[in-house]
Design a protein around this ligand. Structure first.
Ligand code: NCD
Ligand code: ZN
Length: 380
């Protein structure tokens, strides 16, 4: 058996979220906020023991999620996506309604007919572009955007969203400049070639990305993570090297974090919630070549809402968390609701994964051990 029990029991099986059905009206006071149930438009749920350990953190809060395909091996076929979706559904706690939206992992020679059929048959909600060697399990990714131009043309024709990890991998380009460089030299030309292509620039980290998305048409949007709203690059080096804050794209300077906070809380439809929750075990992160990724799913919503409160933008929180994403993807809004109350909580210091050999590994969540000022209301 696999267990999600960390240092604290986060959500025992008999405590499930209370969701009201029907038309939602936003009720808000400084102490309590009821919003349409949110979705997570970018999450890594992994597979096997880690999937079983982490899926509840996402599914207890989010009604749907765009699930990243960078497994090992990646999701490159309709059958693989269907089987992975099944494994996710089988891992859900009883009584939780959660819809995983699957994505295809693009390669230099991904068959166009498979991509088109997967989208038409509602297996693939989108396709994910990882520049080869840009991040976790991206070795099979795309070597150059021009190589998949005809595939992209098909996507533009059928309206299939292209989700982009927007970084170059050239070692001559400074790691803190790789997103801006990608936008200028690869994304902008791509959109010039395919002006109607629907693009989500994922987990943006720079003011250049904010400006690019704001200056594009309604076919271009971006997801913003909680961690990029909360930390800048100094977090990785506070008193020593802190791998818990290492993710890709890496957090940038403070002025970029502030630009992201302005974008997320602006009420603009081109920005929406995507946690990029990316769990790795301690041993995988504390390593001479540690993995990139921050596991924020357990408290992502509470982390975001503090940002909106600090920015005086609670009125826009529901739009960012629950409305802009479905509008971009052309999906119905959720009809269930969720209440967040102004009540402090201490974030667990770790979660446990029981792996295939029955040994226990830890995964540290974002905000581990910190006190957050909002809590999601649970059915007692
Ligand atoms: C992600 C992962 O570990 O799968 N890591 C991360 O730092 N965000 C991959 C990704 O989205 O880059
Ligand atoms: Zn990701």
């Amino acid at each position: 058996m696999f267990s999600l029990l960390g240092f604290f029991v986060v959500c025992p099986v008999d405590r499930v979220l209370k969701f009201n059905q029907g038309v939602i009206t936003l009720t808000s006071s400084s102490e309590r906020l009821t919003i349409r149930q949110p979705d997570d438009w970018h999450v890594h749920l992994r597979d096997g023991p880690i999937l079983k350990a982490v899926v509840e953190s996402t599914a207890r809060v989010f009604r749907r999620a765009i699930v990243m395909p960078n497994l090992n091996p990646p999701i490159k076929s309709i059958d693989a996506a269907v089987a992975y979706r099944e494994r996710i559904l089988e891992s859900l706690p009883t009584g939780v309604s959660f819809t995983p939206l699957m994505t295809a992992y693009l390669t230099d020679n991904f068959p166009e007919d498979v991509l088109e059929r997967g989208y038409i048959e509602d297996v693939f909600s989108a396709a994910k572009l990882y520049p080869a060697h840009s991040t976790t399990n991206s070795e099979d990714g795309v070597s150059d955007l021009t190589v998949i131009d005809s595939l992209v043309e098909t996507m533009a024709r059928i309206g299939m969203p292209l989700l982009i990890h927007g970084e170059v991998v050239d070692p001559d380009i400074d790691i803190f400049d790789r997103e801006a460089y990608f936008i200028e030299n690869h994304l902008s030309p791509l959109l010039n070639r395919h002006p109607d292509l629907r693009v989500v620039l994922e987990h943006i980290t720079t003011e250049q990305a904010v400006e690019f998305v704001e200056g594009s048409g309604s076919n271009v949007a971006a997801t913003i993570t909680p961690h990029h709203l909360r930390i800048n690059r100094n977090a990785m080096f506070a008193g020593g090297f802190r791998s818990d804050f290492y993710c890709l794209p890496v957090a940038k300077r403070e002025r970029h974090r502030l630009a992201l906070r302005r974008a997320a809380t602006s009420g603009k439809a081109c920005f929406f919630l995507g946690t990029d929750s990316a769990p790795h075990t301690r041993s995988a992160k504390e390593n001479s070549c540690g993995c990139a990724g921050i596991f924020n799913a357990p408290n992502a919503l509470e982390s975001y809402i503090e940002v909106f409160e600090e920015e005086g933008a609670l009125d826009y929180f529901e739009a960012f968390a629950s409305e802009h994403g479905p509008a971009f993807y052309g999906l119905p809004l959720n009809t269930s609701s969720l209440t967040i109350v102004k009540k402090t909580q201490v974030v667990p210091t770790f979660f446990e994964v029981v792996n295939a050999t029955n040994s226990i590994e830890k995964i540290l969540p974002f905000h581990a051990g910190e006190t957050l000022s909002w809590s999601i209301e649970l059915d007692q």
